[in-house]
Design a protein around this ligand. Sequence first.
Ligand SMILES: [Zn+2]
Length: 354
Amino acid sequence: MARAPFVALLTGVISTVAVTALGQGGGVPAGAPLEHDIRAGAGVTAQRLLSEYLPGLEKTPGDTKVYVLEGEAPGGTVVVLGGTHGNEIAGSMAATLLVERARVVKGRLIVVPHANNSAVSYTDPQRPGPEWIEIQTPSGMRRFKYGARRTRLEHQGAPDPPKYRHPASTEELDGAEARNLDRAYPGDANGPLTQRVAAALMRLIAGERADLAFDLHEAGPESRLAWMIVANPKNIDLGALAVLALEEQGLSMKLEPSSDTFRGLSHREWGDATPARAFLVETPNPGQVEQPAGADVVSHPDYPLSKRVGAHLATLGAIVALFNDEARPESRIELRDLPSMADLARDGLGKYLK
Ligand SMILES: [Zn+2]
């Protein structure tokens, strides 16, 4: 296959939907366009770019697709982000499944499958995973990008500081964490790329008046965070009820509230700054270990991707149902055509993609 000519792109000359990634640090070959293979389903009523919420993201590698699924009946709004960390594929694949398959009967579902679109464009040399994953679907074998945790250094527009400390946080982190989207909220509309992406996502959640907002992640199987729901303290009750409901479905999730001192994280800052009830969900990814070489991130016998995506969707479904129990009728949200955990375990993920 002929390679596209090399494009120099230290600054924002790239469009998001066709992010051109440099070869440095692994990832797609220099100059090769990275197109996300996401095929909008019949439930999608509008597609836009995140830069519509923050023009400073336009034509940068941080811009990313936003899919809107609006039901015929008005109701509440739920926002779902995958790909905050580009290597945590159960989140981006759960979001992809929503875009390709979900129908909304009432209310609105807004999905951002690749929240940090720069992070998914390359492979972290410190913790390499596969560059792509392959999934057999009814339309044939499809490929989805497996990326890295943080914004690509060349995209950030600023060198890493010696240390990164969120203004409201008591914790001082490694300087590279300045490129971690989930340490950047509420962001800065005029800051480096990661700060601008965070600011744009805050504007989306606030401007669309989200009632519920989900940030879908993964952690190493031995991590404390695996199988965890993290809830903003104001909606911890909804999280506790969801843990009980999921237990009845055979899924054991843990629950913890956002930290008061470890700041910049989605569930904390979205929930504090907007009316949204904010949640982060973590499933175990066998590739997120110290020595990930050879880890099967799709078909692992204990942690298959289908099971992890099923856990994300079941958690979303449980929390939406519990939200509806307490919401006024005009604020309820009804989603349909989503596979259950049992469906995904039986049939695999590919059957539910286009
Ligand atoms: Zn994560």
